[in-house]
Ligand binder design. Sequence first.
Ligand code: PLP
Length: 411
Amino acid sequence: MNNQIVGTHALTKKMESNILKTSQDAKAAKKLNPSLIDATVGMMNKEDGNVFSYKTVSDLLCQLTDAEMYHYSPANGTADYRNGVIDWVFGQHKDAITKAFHINVIPTTGGSGAISNAMYNFNDFGQSVLIPNHYWTPYENIAYEANVGVETFQMFDENFNFNLADFRAKALALADKQHRLFLVLNDPCNNPTGLCLKKSDWVVVIQVLNEISRKGIPVILLHDLAYIDYEMAGFDAARDMFETYLDLDENVLACICFSGSKTFSMYGLRIGAQVGLSKSKKVIEDFARVGDYSVRARFSSVNRPAMSVIGKIFADEAKKTVFKAELMEAREVLKKRVELFEACAKKENLKTIPYGGGFFIGIPTENKNVFNDLVQDGVYVITMPGLIRLAISSVRLDEIERLVKIIKKHQ
Ligand code: PLP
């Protein structure tokens, strides 16, 4: 019992998101001084600074009937949405995946809702999830809110390859310690590093998950693919890792988190999905049962207009083709910025983490004061221990040369 207005478990709760706060600070500073470079924003922006919205999405949003706009959405989603998510996420591997696995799709409030439901339902209170040491910081808040802790492994070896050895060691140790492994991997197009795992990395990840599962330990892979549609290698290559999924052992649960915010630029409409995959029917029955309960208990159902629009795109091959072409345009914009950034970085001898796609470029740093040093020179980025996260998704081409020079000065 305590005498405070909040419950004991919430006494120390305080949101210290450096991402949101820094982004707001950067916006305010830029209003006063438009020459500042704001590389904090995790949204895809056009060269004019406005969000890269998709015409297919905007047109459909304006044409919705009252029912498609205002009714509640079904808690387990419309058929167009559910089936469409499976088609979209697995792409060319859909047939192989649907043949090998039991599958269930649960609509959620963005990818965040999916991560939150999964962390809450697939851990015991007091256990920890395993994530790489460079991570999207809200994972931590979502875990703590679910009464779950966070343990990390080294993401990179000395050559900036994915550190399979440390992953294996930490995964086995944590699984043995707490009789559960809940692994969070954000791939492809990792936020904050820009890393895309190689298919050969995924082969080993799956082997380690199987090794643990064979000891009778529950294994959950939370695969956050929020940025999958911005991998430079393109739509099909971004989905190649699903081939390695086919080797997953019977009792492993893969929980794929899909984000409508990124794929459709519907950041504010809050839609996504949690896709459960397992070769065990029982595991997917459990996934569906607890997921459905959590949707109703936590947010009832998700955004109807967003579900209607995405469902219409997914269900209509012609619309899907037009939308895919628009996505390709966005990737081209990103590609131009990244190419210029890499050329300038080479000229300035600025060391960066190999970029495979997505909204962010990771730059290693040993400067503990790097954030303040950059702000002094008019650059806002997100910094994390040992890392600068640069949102190339929201930086203009004409800012890049200056940006690289300033970062080099303080790296
Ligand atoms: N995962 C990662 C790595 C992200 O960066 C984000 C958003 O920034 C999300 C998931 C979730 O996004 P949303 O909840 O808007 O779908």
